[in-house]
Ligand binder design. Structure first.
Ligand code: IYR
Length: 229
């Protein structure tokens, strides 16, 4: 049997002002977030990264299994090894593996096999998904909705970094198996994404791409009034 928990009173967050002002301030904050590929080497306090990861760990997850591990790398030697292995995969991707329509979709972003950011960013957070639950208190070691759960945790991590002015990138070298080897992670931990975190370089530029307007992403479902037909 797994642990059973008492049910306790839920205390919703109370925004300082009106709910609409709170959500608009959050949206405005998030709208200036961009994927950054040029990082300053200026250090970032470990405490900031720890709190950002703690925020990610508040995400909901299937059966509350919290199937994630955040491996934080800050030393130059490991970052260099990760860069070398990632660039080797990326060279193969850009050279012959990627289908032409994928390369055409990437062209406006001007990405390429060189990944200087993997060494410049003071921290790399390598997110692993857990394919089994390693909490001894659980009734079973099964995990559920792992991709969805880890995706939500990564979303919160990106928002937390943005909230304190730190830049991030979601980097997915493919395949990513080398991360397990370099970082000595067990077989049931599978690499999910690499997130460089740091201060954006002063001369950092980003492509002037736009987000879809609300009317393209929101469909307000209006139930049909059956009495009028
Ligand atoms: N992993 C490669 C290619 C790449 C793929 C997607 I989808 C992007 O949004 C960006 C890049 C790279 O990191 O360059």
């Amino acid at each position: 049997m797994g642990q059973s928990h008492p049910f306790i009173q839920y205390h919703p967050l109370k925004p300082d002002g009106a709910a609409i002002d709170a959500v608009r301030a959050f949206e405005s904050r998030m709208s200036s977030r961009r994927s950054v590929r040029a990082f300053s080497t200026k250090p970032v306090d470990r405490a900031l990264i720890e709190s950002i990861v703690a925020a990610a760990g508040t995400a909901p997850s299937g059966a509350n299994k919290q199937p994630w591990r955040f491996v934080v790398v800050g030393d130059a030697a490991t970052k260099a090894r990760i860069r070398e292995a990632a660039e080797s995969e990326e060279r193969a991707f850009y050279d012959h593996k990627a289908p032409s329509d994928w390369l055409e979709d990437l062209a406006p972003l001007q990405t390429g096999p060189e990944k200087q950011f993997l060494e410049d960013a003071p921290w790399l957070v390598i997110v692993f998904k857990l394919m089994k639950d390693d909490n001894e208190c659980s009734s079973s070691d099964r995990v559920y909705y792992v991709n969805e759960s880890v995706g939500m945790a990564v979303g919160i991590l990106l928002a937390a970094a943005q909230h304190c002015g730190l830049a991030t990138l979601t980097h997915t070298p493919s395949p990513m198996g080398f991360l397990r080897e370099i970082l000595g992670r067990p077989d049931y931990e599978r690499p999910y994404v690499v997130i460089p975190i740091g201060w954006a370089a002063e001369d950092c530029v980003v492509p002037d791409i736009e987000r879809k307007p609300l009317d393209k992403i929101l469909h307000m479902h209006e139930p049909q009034d059956e009495s009028s037909s």
